[in-house]
Write a protein that binds this ligand. Structure first.
Ligand code: FE
Ligand code: FE
Ligand code: ZN
Length: 289
């Protein structure tokens, strides 16, 4: 039987290696972290001691397919050259950090065009992904996250993500992270069984399910097609629990890591409840495969 890869976004307070014990304490089999402040461009390198401590704890933990989320400042599709240049440098540093830690996935918000237009932005993103991946050692893939479509953010449709992938050369090191809250807010109606099937059929036809490498599992405070990005606890928002049940029982996604980014409390009791809930949703038929 395949162990379901279900986890949550973890704090790295006290050092990246500390995230592992936190993840285990709430029952994670996968996880996501920031390796630096999500509101800063750069950070000093992670010390060799901290890298060794992380690698040892990660290897022992049984946690797999972990992902790093990049800084929110990064916009490799930016109109202004200074922002674009900083973003390429910052993303290169984030990739190096992921590689030294041995983390397979780096999740990236594709960017925003701030008036330059979507097509120009998507082309720039593809070129800059190739630029960043020039120095890649092949251990970490960059995953483009599906977005809610706020403001001038790009990447809220499968077509836009496909446009990035098509224009990039280093496609083997690129994948997609599907954020359930974002997709719902972007207008993909995953709330019904039919809508669920149609959404992933569309994803497969337009992008290809082989490019789907991770899920952010979030409920949404705002309704379908709201183009807002407000995460909510599972069962408290506008996405019905039947969606999450469909997701964790979908054999196509059995080996794909699924990470919560829902609001939690300092003791992470909310994460604990949600992780347990997702495991309980997995039908016995699936679990004995
Ligand atoms: Fe994100
Ligand atoms: Fe997300
Ligand atoms: Zn979000």
């Amino acid at each position: 039987m395949t162990t379901p890869l279900i986890g949550a976004h973890m704090s790295t307070a006290g050092g990246v290696s500390r995230s592992i014990e936190r993840a285990l304490s709430v029952g994670c089999t996968t996880m996501q972290i920031f390796t630096k402040s999500n509101r800063s461009w750069f950070d000093k390198p992670i010390t060799p001691e901290e890298i060794a401590a992380f690698r040892e704890a990660y290897a022992k933990s049984g946690i797999r397919e972990a992902m790093i989320h990049t800084s929110y400042l990064i916009n490799i599709g930016a109109k202004e050259a200074s922002t674009e240049n900083n973003s390429v440098k910052a993303l290169t540093q984030e990739l190096e950090r992921a590689q030294v830690l041995g983390i397979p996935y780096l999740v990236l918000h594709p960017g925003s065009h701030t008036g330059a237009g979507t097509d120009v932005c998507l082309k720039k993103i593809a070129g800059n992904l190739d630029e960043v991946l020039k120095s890649a050692d092949g251990t970490t893939m960059i995953l483009i996250e599906t977005m809610a479509g706020q403001g001038t953010n790009v990447g809220s449709t499968f077509e836009e993500i496909k446009q990035i992938l098509d224009q990039a050369q280093k496609r083997k090191l690129l994948g997609v992270c599907f954020d359930t809250c974002h997709a719902f807010c972007a207008g993909y109606d995953i709330s019904t069984d039919e809508g669920y099937e149609k959404t992933f059929q569309d994803f497969d036809r337009i992008i290809g399910l082989d490019h789907l490498r991770a899920f952010h599992v979030n409920d949404s405070k705002t309704p379908l097609n709201s183009r807002k990005d407000r995460h909510e606890e599972l069962g408290k928002g506008n996405i019905p629990l039947t969606f999450f049940k469909n997701l964790v029982n979908d054999a196509r996604f059995a080996k794909i890591p699924k990470v919560l980014e829902t609001p939690t409390d300092p003791e992470m009791n909310l994460y604990r409840r949600e992780i347990k809930l997702l495991h309980e949703m997995i039908s016995s038929k699936q679990a004995v495969q």
